[in-house]
Design a protein around this ligand. Structure first.
Ligand code: SF4
Length: 220
């Protein structure tokens, strides 16, 4: 894709969602790590409801380890896969205490060694908690990038991340990550994207295809 088209896409999405930000409530790197871990296959809204009380009760890795895992399970039971996640949180906290002095490491390479923390989570943590530019590719970022042609349909999540990193200026990685999420969450939704009113329709291969298909349906 031409650099000018990429610029146009980034600027247009920026105009639609100038204030895009991390929607997971947190006040430090540790809370963010827990929140992102809880957010797998779960909405940010639900995670925020749970963490409102959770972060009052548990403030440090020691706090999570001090209770039986069954108690932690109960505290996060409104979240999908809560048993697995409780186990991951406990293991994560024990490792943080044993190897990192109870602190969340700042390095991406170290973060991905933590239980339940994958590449995406590590990217969210380094970019939001430590101001290191990164593009975490979640389901919205992946879908929007592929629809717009910033990545290919067959690309893996890692390939999408690499392509975005190549096309987007480094200083815009983190903001672009947030904006693509907002764009995917509120405009270019998985079901019924708003193609008819989309300012990117002219440059969007998926949008053009969808509009053509709906026109053919109307003509029949
Ligand atoms: S035209 Fe449709 S598919 Fe393309 S970016 Fe806009 S809403 Fe998404």
């Amino acid at each position: 894709m031409k650099a000018a088209t990429v610029r146009y896409i980034l600027d247009t999405i920026g105009e639609l969602f100038p204030d895009a930000h991390c929607e997971l409530n947190h006040s430090n790197a540790f809370e963010l790590t827990i929140a992102v871990l809880l957010s797998a296959q779960c909405t940010d809204e639900t995670v925020n409801k749970v963490t409102k009380d959770l972060f009052q009760k548990y403030k440090s890795p020691e706090d999570y380890v001090a209770v039986p895992v069954e108690e932690l399970e109960q505290d996060i039971r409104r979240i999908g896969l809560f048993r697995n996640k409780a186990k991951h949180i406990r293991n994560l906290c024990m490792l943080l205490m044993e190897q990192y002095g109870g602190e969340v490491p700042r390095e991406h390479d170290e973060l991905v060694k933590l239980p339940g923390v994958g590449r995406k989570t590590a990217n969210v943590v380094v970019s939001n908690a430590f101001d290191v530019p990164a593009i975490a590719v979640d389901t919205h970022v992946e879908r929007v990038s592929k629809r717009l042609g910033l990545a290919n349909w067959k690309d893996s999540v890692l390939e999408v991340e690499k392509k975005l990193m190549k096309q987007v200026p480094r200083e815009e990685w983190t903001l672009t990550h947030h904006r693509l999420i907002f764009f995917g969450r509120y405009h270019c939704k998985a079901q019924n994207p708003k193609c008819q009113v989309c300012p990117l329709l002219d440059v969007c291969r998926e949008g053009k295809k969808r509009m053509k298909t709906s026109q053919i349906r109307k003509d029949k």
